[in-house]
Write a protein that binds this ligand. Sequence first.
Ligand code: ADP
Length: 357
Amino acid sequence: MKDINPKNIDFKKILETMADGITIQDKTGRIIFANKVAAKISGFTTVEEFLKTSTQEIVKKFDGKDIIGNAYNLENFPGRQILKGKNYAEDLVGFTYTKKKTENWAIIKSTPIKKNGKLELVINVFHDITEEKKEDQQRDVFMAMTSHELKSLLTSIKAYGQLLQKRVKDVNNLNYLVRLDNQVNKLTSFILDLLDLSRIQAGTFKLNKEKLNMDNLFKDIISDLQITTINKKIVLRGVIGKEILADRSRISEVIVNFINNAIKYDPNSKKINILLKKVGDLVKVSVTDYGIGIKKSDQNKIFNLFYQSNSNNSRKEGLGLGLYLSKKIIEAHGGKIGVESTYGKGSTFYFEIPITS
Ligand code: ADP
């Protein structure tokens, strides 16, 4: 290798033959270089054809989607973010070609090349993960079938348990049966969480939106949860007073998760406050507890997958899945989720979604 002068290496040829797709944009966003793989991922058979097509026309060739299946917002495209001044951007994008109806998935990573601090070029690398996605989708089908089986088995275990609850007279035994029923409920919601996780990762997560009366939904959820929450009062304030368009079971999951966490991570105080508000075109929901709170440094991490803070000795049962799924559900509704917390004093978890999300 010693006698190879880097000046003599044909870098253009290397870029052309790379396994990843590469495009180079000038500072106006025009694509001035593309290799074959990039042309193919973008739905073209030749590089020449790709290069002579305007960006607007290229975009029309396919429908982009994000990881949870929503229409892709082109403003988030990594290359665009670099043009707007970022130093690095990456995203996972699904491309469905309008004509062929085939689907490709790619991780796109973009970086700027600057001269004297000014943007000159944008380099976009497209790593095709269509095959991996197909495997994810097969796993999703497997997960869906397995969890369907598990759910029906659990339904009959639950039914037998409830039947026994009616027959058993002894208080101790009855107590065991109530506990059995609680564990079955937990297992069922755990299976549903795993199924959602697998769908999010396979890009097949979908919402089932319907007209939803949030005020009634909250009353139902709270009266259910209050039955098993003996030493805390769950207080509901405020009204929405309007139906919204949302996925009932998924929004319920988020609410139940917030309230269950408020119970889990607040061992001493006697109440949980829930506030419902309509702010313009948004519905805002917040759940406040007066428990252990979350350190500032942990607050943006708790929505990550499998994240469990141990700085607050909060290691309780669970997997660190709940808030991750809640975030995905709220984002899929076009909303926002967050937390305000003072360590040692308590936390307020909130979400807001558009009324017609
Ligand atoms: P899990 O509760 O199963 O661990 P979550 O995703 O629901 O998973 O929560 C992630 C982490 O966030 C928890 O492990 C806990 O450390 C922290 N957390 C969540 N809710 C609260 C709360 N109300 N108060 C304090 N910490 C919380």
